[in-house]
Design a binder for this molecule. Sequence first.
Ligand code: ATP
Length: 517
Amino acid sequence: MSEELFKKIVSHAKTYGFVYPSSEVYDGLSAVYDYGPYGVELKNNIKSYWWKSMVQLHHDIVGLDAAIFMHPKTWKASGHVDAFNDPLIDNKDSKKRYRADVLVEDHIAKIEAKIDKEVAKAEKRFGESFDKEQFITTNTRVVEYYAEIKRINERMTNALSSGQLEDLKALIEELEIADPVSGSKNWTDVRQFNLMFSTQLGNIAGDEGKLYLRPETAQGIFVNFLNVQKTTRQKIPFGIAQIGKAFRNEIVARQFIFRMKEFEQMEMQYFVQPGSEMEWYRYWKNMRMKWHHALGVDENMLRFHDHENLAHYANAAVDIQFAFPFGFKELEGIHSRTDFDLKSHSDLSGKKMQFFDPELNESYIPFVVETSIGVDRMFLAMMSFAYQEEMVPDADGKESERVVLKLPAALAPVKAAVLPLVKNNEELTLKAKAVFDQLKFAVQAQYDEKDAIGRRYRRQDAIGTPFCVTVDFESLQDNAVTVRDRDTLQQVRLPIAELNDYITKKTDINELLKKLV
Ligand code: ATP
């Protein structure tokens, strides 16, 4: 847990034009954010990496862009009208509202931290000969901690699935969970709260005209299953990928862009033959983890976390969790959704959502394996991973601190900055602008002549620009420039004619994609 690091990232994101609070002139809107000039570039690059990894690399995955508004029956069939709820609890003293399940999960995380502490202590004591598996299955204290976690999870799962919310309250009281802000244990009852936003069609009054803002993009894919399958002549197995906005009336909105009311999802539904879903579930689990690893994220910052509490539509589900500054939390979900959605839409619409399998000579409702990741959470994961403060040598031989975003080059908002060595020299300015005009056709580049060169380097480090291209007096003679690498700080001299190729190669998204096959 690093509260301080998290605050720095939030502040950095605002100061350097990545993320602003929404409508800030009116003091912002809780859990809604705007992306600034560098934020929108980073976000687009993340989306492009995902889209290409799905649609471009897989001949059997096609894209879709469904509307945000959908027929209200969609949300009846999907179960969202009846069951898309959060169990909420209020603290009577602080008047703060929490998700009851999150309070219990945070309590479990504290027990897990105790286990980690015991393991670290034992590792130190036993050194080389330490066998972690043996230790956690035999050490009395650790075994008791695990049993306690299991007991709590079972109680919570039972309370949630049976709808016996008084049991959840009783559990919170028994565990003596206190309000994290005030320390008070004076709780109200737990109540269910539907997370969907609704609005009204202009020409129809009452419930008939009630529309929902989609809480997930997946349903746009399910209701288009027949359209896409017929028009693209795909055979099972095949997938449909979509990137788009989703809306949830999150009550406990905190943690910056981790939990927003308006956010973006990248979802892919893979339609498979019933019975083969576990095989595909394993395949997509593996593929998705590979996608994260290809970015060079430290492998210790990512882990799988199986769901204890399966959603009504799933027969297997796992999260990919990322080590955010506030702990390991869900970044992505991989769910085996069975035939639940297509079946419900078939039942409610009266349209058969089946696939005729020519090899089996029979029709069936396909099963679905879904991968679902939030663009904004991925953005925050990248910022958290990339943000570093370090000492680096200055031109005068001394050292000073810099803040640098070590973003994967292919995701960086600006790939290269072109900097004339000094300002107010007409020849240098002209040359540098010509270099920029050449480079802008290859990559997202920037021209900057304000301030001393050292400060301009720091500004580019802070937004994660992988390369700074300096145009100096020698460039006027030799038609070459100096290219500084953000991470190694090494400089190479390159002919201007080779610059586009050099930068393109080093920042190419294809280099990431090649790691996936
Ligand atoms: P959580 O348990 O954190 O609320 P969830 O299990 O409800 O998440 P899913 O319904 O599986 O999330 O949604 C898929 C993905 O969409 C999540 O893994 C996450 O990356 C993203 N996501 C969900 N809710 C939000 C939100 N309120 N703000 C930003 N991203 C979100």
